[in-house]
Design a protein around this ligand. Sequence first.
Ligand code: ATP
Length: 218
Amino acid sequence: MSRRIGLLGGTFDPIHIGHLRAALEVAEQFALDELRLIPSARPPHRGTPQVSAQQRLDMVRLAVEGVAPLCVDDRELHRERPSWTIDTLESLRLELGAEVRLFLLLGWDAFCGLPSWHRWQELLAHCHILVLQRPDADSEAPEALRNLLAARSVNDPRALSGPAGQIAFVWQMPLAVSATQLRERLAAGHSIRFLVPDAVLHYIHAHGLYRADSVTQE
Ligand code: ATP
């Protein structure tokens, strides 16, 4: 049987339990052989993150250590240009071949922003898309995505077939935590214990990240 690989890209600034639970639940639900977290080096749709790409990658590594099938893919840190998902998918296909089933995980907010992504209409040529329902999600998809949804979405995620090409919605245990909230809490001097793995918390404190007095490090 073809291998099944999940992909969760993100800024991970910092990684938190919302990302990790989503990744683990999808890995279990879809019996994935691997679920790769892919930190973005230069996120195209937002300002420069407060901490360096290397530090965000370090935190993702610490978070998934010993948590198979979650793992880290650092290819976006080795590219000079913005971290476009289409480039990542093309390079994964070259490496893994045409048969592997790729599942790109997108939170609802990320999915709604898809029409602004570089070459977004080509994404489904390389992967299936799993849209993770987030507790704060609006229920209406943007106009630009309606035709795509009508043509490509399946009602039952178990009906996804082949290596790529379809969209399914995945319901998960809702965890309304965002990295923005965590950065705000840290800047205000509040605890984020239990919202990130302890190893990530220690890293943040050891490197003085996200404090109101810390300077941009990139
Ligand atoms: P920020 O608050 O800085 O925008 P974020 O917490 O949304 O960050 P990202 O790194 O931007 O985190 O997210 C990476 C991916 O994980 C996106 O597809 C996003 O929708 C999804 N995601 C983020 N938080 C959650 C959550 N709590 N539950 C499910 N998916 C999430």
